[in-house]
Ligand binder design. Structure first.
Ligand SMILES: [Mg+2]
Length: 453
């Protein structure tokens, strides 16, 4: 581990001209609550850029970019992004390219002595509203969820989101129709997908029968919700609203595993409860399903946390399939690409929120992008129950989230002064040991990257 303090003073013109990427290293920490893969991109001038691979992904997605970036000037962020863009893909696979792009912006900000939002075109606001994800484990009622949401409001949050899935119905007789035996298989092998997904993905969840069950697309499960099931879900949301009232926005996430026709029935039932949006009720790539859904309900329809780069967002927005997008900076292609996605959404009149389930590094990347877009309503936060979440970084206001908002920093780059290496050493993922171990095995990993002959 390199114990030299990272340089924070801006570079001279000559230093900027001669700046080069010299190394890229990683550190996997756990219980944030998800596993977070932190990135450091080192330079010959002592400046180190901080980035992060998307939550619960793998550093391989970033490490394979190292040989493509070594020796390059990190200030040419867009040039380097275009070189490695082809090695990213949707969902977690976007995490390598996106996380490295964030680290390059952090270097650029530190080298010029300006915050990242300034490099993205300036800011529209000084504070970013944070919406707080909430789930309740085990069998519970809408009243219980309402109380959990109320506790978030008591913490200062002004925008709420909760999980609502068929996990609530799966043990209630007469609420779901499915090919006989399939629900039992889901309960045995697909717990992660039918209940609120939190924590990190274990290999047992992505292998053998569990892989098969977890990767059945929503239209292909054969699961239908009965009227009794819809009654139960409607009553759940009604009970939530009875606790928190109707003044505060409430979004709903993680509803799926059913055909688009049943998502329409669900959406119509939700209309009286003025939800901010329903999220990812269909896989994002079925554009036609989204158009049918959006044209069938007054409920705002949201997706986007698994879409890599602006092309996928534009297709959905052009078709009229979404009312709200919520890209994750660490999947969408990084900070500049998310800015471009947000600008497109502004043109299409599509509300924009930012998905974020990562460490303070990912959070600050989202803060700078949210500051630089005209229409971002809020960014997500998954770690309200992790009291030490912020302690891995130094130099940010404490607590970072005050009365439900994060103040946009003025310090160079992401605004993070340094990483708290001592504290990080207590969170190292037990299955992925090491703290900024050397990665020279990736230095010569190269092939003909040209996509044509
Ligand atoms: Mg979500």
């Amino acid at each position: 581990m390199n114990l030299q303090p990272d340089r924070l003073t801006p570079l001279t013109a000559q230093e900027r001209a001669e700046l080069k990427i010299t190394d890229m290293r990683f550190c996997d920490i756990d219980t944030m609550p998800k596993r977070c893969t932190l990135i450091k991109v080192y330079t010959n001038a002592g400046i180190v850029g901080y980035g992060e691979v998307r939550d619960a992904a793998t550093k391989t997605y970033a490490a394979m970019l190292k040989s493509r970036l070594l020796g390059e000037n990190p200030l040419n962020v867009d040039k380097l992004f275009r070189r490695v863009k082809q090695f990213g893909h949707h969902s977690r696979q976007g995490g390598g390219v996106s996380g490295v792009e964030v680290a390059l912006w952090d270097i650029a900000g530190k080298a010029w002595g300006v915050p990242c939002w300034q490099l993205l075109g300036g800011k529209f606001r000084d504070k970013i509203r944070v919406y707080c994800d909430t789930d309740v484990d085990g069998k519970h009622t809408g009243h219980d969820m309402g109380l959990a949401l109320k506790r978030r409001m008591d913490m200062g949050f002004t925008f709420l989101k909760m999980d609502l899935g068929i996990g609530l119905l799966i043990n209630e007789p007469g609420t779901l129709t499915a090919p006989l035996g399939f629900l039992e298989e889901m309960k045995t092998y697909g717990k992660h997908s039918v209940n609120a997904p939190h924590g990190s993905m274990e290999i047992s969840q992505m292998s053998h029968k569990a892989y098969e069950i977890n990767t059945v697309g929503h239209p292909f499960t054969g699961i239908r919700i009965t009227e009794k099931g819809l009654d139960l879900l409607e009553n759940y949301v009604k009970e939530c609203r009875e606790v928190i009232g109707y003044d505060v926005p409430l979004a709903v996430d993680h509803f799926g595993h059913i055909c688009v026709e049943d998502t329409i029935r669900f959406a119509k039932r939700m209309e009286p409860y003025n939800l901010a949006w329903i999220e990812d009720v269909a896989p994002w790539h079925y554009t036609d399903h989204y158009v049918r859904l959006r044209n069938s309900t007054t409920m705002p329809i949201c997706t986007g946390e698994d879409i890599y780069c602006k092309e996928g967002f534009e297709k959905l927005m052009k078709a009229g399939g979404v009312s709200v997008i919520h890209p994750d900076v660490l999947t969408a292609g990084g900070m500049l690409e998310t800015k471009k996605i947000g600008d497109l959404a502004y043109e299409y009149g599509v509300m924009t929120a930012l998905h974020m389930a990562e460490s303070p590094i990912g959070a600050m990347a989202a803060v700078h992008v949210a500051a630089a877009l005209p229409q971002v309503i809020a960014m997500e936060f998954h770690s309200a129950d992790v009291p030490y979440w912020q302690d891995i970084v130094n130099g940010l206001p404490k607590p970072l989230i005050q009365e439900g908002f994060i103040t946009v920093p003025d310090a160079p780059g992401l605004g993070i002064e340094s990483l708290n290496e001592e504290f990080i050493s207590t969170l190292i993922c037990k299955n992925i040991p090491g703290q900024w171990e050397e990665t020279s095995q990736w230095d010569g990993d190269i092939c003909n990257d040209r996509l044509w002959s």
